[in-house]
Design a protein around this ligand. Structure first.
Ligand SMILES: Nc1nc2c(ncn2[C@@H]2O[C@H](COP(=O)(O)OP(=O)(O)OP(=O)(O)O)[C@@H](O)[C@H]2O)c(=O)[nH]1
Ligand SMILES: [Zn+2]
Length: 332
């Protein structure tokens, strides 16, 4: 699937991902959902493989190898799939204005959670005097992740990134509005595939990308551009957090008490690391905030499961009582 399109999806055939084919419009059921192999109906997203019957009608959704999800705002614990079957998540952040390390950590957690490999791309290197120094700061918080520094006008770093575009690979770009995602997609595509935000006087881009779209690139790779994610609801699961913050997780493991809250308990390895400067307060706060969100989401998810369970029992009980009464049998 290439893109959603009001009650329908735009799709390309598996052998037509060379950028030469026009996507075809396929209508989706009114609820916008498609049955997966496990019988559950889900909303198809960009990057999904959809099966069609011989008449070209939509029949089912193939299992996803990876899926990038965001938390939707609101009381329910529904998550929204932003992209499916991706291999690499490009976490795009600008060097001008200064990169936001907390946002990079948040998006890395989102990326690890997807099952794909995160790669950080720092843009607008041509606009700052010391891109190397700034890159080093980001490398220090992006553990085990490749960090690329690019400047599109000068072409800096583009070839190194292009090495990720192996045939069959699907990449998705995430990052704040104006980070330069569309510009990057165009530079990698070697042609104008996405509209670029006009530059405003304050140096920030205008919000332009309004939809997610799969763009076939030359050489057989594909790229998904996402609209600027403002305060993206990260679905922070514990494993993804432990990967993004492997340093903090290792320290927490070394605390004397397994349930240490790191708020002054004796033998707290995190406190010791904060005091010695080995762990930055900023990084600790960033981890704690995401860990709280993860715990909150887990509780909300449990609450939803319980509510669904309750509804199921209500239904079963009602059917059972109706069965007892029998159809149209007079009550005695
Ligand atoms: N100097 C410089 N400007 C850049 C670079 N990359 C992007 N820009 C500019 O930054 C602005 C925003 O770029 P976009 O590519 O539209 O940003 P985006 O991340 O796609 O933004 P949304 O579509 O709103 O999510 C545009 O004016 C670009 O020309 C770069 O490497 N160097
Ligand atoms: Zn502790």
């Amino acid at each position: 699937m290439v893109r959603a399109d009001r009650g329908a999806v735009l799709v390309l055939p598996a052998d037509g991902l060379d950028g030469e084919h026009e996507p075809r419009r396929v209508v989706v059921d009114r609820d916008g959902l498609v049955a997966g192999d496990d019988g559950e109906r889900v909303a198809p997203t960009v990057g999904d493989w959809l099966r069609l019957d011989e008449t070209g009608a939509l029949t089912s959704l193939a299992p996803r190898t990876t899926v990038l999800v965001r938390d939707t705002a609101g009381a329910t614990s529904r998550v929204q799939a932003l992209a499916a079957n991706i291999d690499v998540v490009l976490v795009v952040e600008h060097l001008e204005p200064e990169p936001d390390l907390g946002r990079i950590e948040r998006l890395l957690t989102l990326a690890w959670r997807s099952g794909a490999t995160p790669v950080v791309v720092l843009t607008k290197a041509d606009l700052v005097p010391d891109p190397e120094g700034m890159t080093a700061e980001v490398v220090a918080v992006a553990l085990a992740v490749d960090v690329h520094t690019v400047g599109v006008p000068t072409g800096r770093g583009i070839d190194a990134l292009r090495a990720l575009l192996v045939p069959g690979a699907t990449l998705v770009a995430v990052g704040p509005s104006g980070a330069g995602k569309s510009t990057l997609v165009n530079a990698l595509a070697g042609r104008e595939v996405m509209e670029i935000g006009e530059r405003r006087a304050d140096g920030r881009g205008r919000h332009t990308t309004t939809h997610r779209e799969l763009v076939p690139l030359a050489g057989g790779a594909m790229l998904i551009d996402t609209p600027g994610i403002r305060g993206v609801g990260v679905v922070a699961d514990v494993d993804a957090l432990d990967t993004t913050f492997a340093d903090v997780a290792a320290l927490a493991d070394a605390c004397r008490f397994a349930d240490c809250h790191h708020t002054g308990e004796p033998g707290c390895a995190i406190r010791a690391a904060l005091d010695s400067g080995e762990l930055a307060e900023r990084r600790f706060d960033s981890w704690r905030r995401l860990a709280r969100e993860a715990a909150y989401q887990a509780r909300r998810h449990d609450a939803r499961l319980r509510a669904e369970e309750r509804d199921r029992w209500k239904k079963v009980t009602k059917e059972y009582q109706r069965g007892l009464r029998g159809p149209g049998r007079p009550r005695v």
